[in-house]
Design a protein around this ligand. Structure first.
Ligand code: ADP
Length: 286
């Protein structure tokens, strides 16, 4: 699939992934093309060329078929801050065409319970925390009983406990629904996803299981603590994956098929190493 915006930015280049059951993570830095792909699958914008298949459905052509089975939680969604959660969800259910009052009441109740918002159902959305808003977003995305749920950067801005709670919710839902999750946070993928694609500058760099990606890096990641001003010299000699501040020094991780000696120690490979190996070395000094 290809997509170039009118301003000349090529957001997707020969992009191709197959999305199976369970939770699929789309991992990439900001500007990688994740939202472009999500919006295209959600039938909100067209690709210039290429194809997307979801089961038997040709996503780019059979848009109405896709919309019937799709739930979508975009990156920014506007909610009227004056309306209580329950009333708003009921309103969305009416818009979804659920006309029976009894059926609607039952559905709204069960979604509020499922997303852990039952106790806050009378609270106005304006007073919701980031995590509550995102869980409310999931409740509205689940209204039509979708087969595919697309969630675009849902954990950005959540604090650690809200993230864990949100992860648990997604993990429960993924028992029944295919979830496509985009994120720039590596841990979102390692905690949740059975399959993933790493994308950078509109191109797929890796597509497969996070666990096999990690396995293929074992024995090739080496670590060493160095002084901050040594980084440039090490970067010239080694394929640096990452460098993190560590008590006034740097915790350096490099990729090497063989033992680099030179004071390096073998490290256990993590998904973050896989990620940086594919998108290029990053300095993690904040
Ligand atoms: P991500 O979701 O991974 O951050 P996006 O899909 O939002 O990436 O963006 C990919 C690239 O396309 C970026 O360079 C971005 O600036 C550009 N882009 C995204 N949307 C538009 C648009 N509507 N018009 C022009 N350029 C866009």
């Amino acid at each position: 699939m290809n997509k170039t915006y009118p301003n000349g930015v090529q957001a997707l280049k020969d992009f191709s992934v197959t999305i199976g059951n369970g939770m699929f993570g789309l991992l990439g830095p900001n500007g990688a093309g994740k939202s472009t792909l999500m919006r295209t699958i959600a039938t909100l914008q067209d690709a210039d060329s290429g194809s997307i298949t979801l089961g038997d459905v040709d996503v780019l052509k059979q848009k109405n078929e896709v919309r019937k089975v799709l739930g979508y939680l975009p990156q920014d969604f506007g909610l009227d801050p004056r309306v209580p959660a329950e009333a708003m969800l009921n309103h969305f259910a009416i818009l979804k065409g659920i006309s029976s009052t009894t059926e609607r009441k039952k559905l709204v109740e069960s979604l509020l319970v499922q997303t852990n918002l039952w106790d806050q159902r009378k609270q106005k959305l304006g007073g919701f925390s980031g995590g509550m808003r995102q869980r409310f977003g999931i409740a509205q995305a689940l209204l039509g009983n979708p087969k595919l749920l697309i969630v675009d950067e849902p954990t950005a801005g959540l604090d650690p406990s809200e993230r864990v709670r949100f992860h648990n919710l997604l993990s429960d839902i993924s028992q029944d629904v295919i979830i496509l999750l985009s994120t720039h946070i590596v841990d979102d993928v390692s905690d949740l996803c059975t399959n993933m694609a790493i994308i950078n500058q509109g191109e797929v760099q890796y597509c497969g299981e996070p666990l096999s990606a990690i396995a293929s890096m074992q024995g090739k990641v080496w670590k060493k603590i160095i002084a901050k001003d040594e980084l440039d010299a090490y970067s010239e000699r080694y394929l640096v994956l990452s460098s993190k501040l560590f008590v006034f020094k740097l915790a350096l991780r490099v990729y090497s098929e063989n033992d680099p000696a030179d004071g390096f120690e073998l490290a256990e490979a993590h998904l973050e190493d896989v990620y940086f190996h594919h998108i290029g070395a990053q300095s993690l000094i904040k």
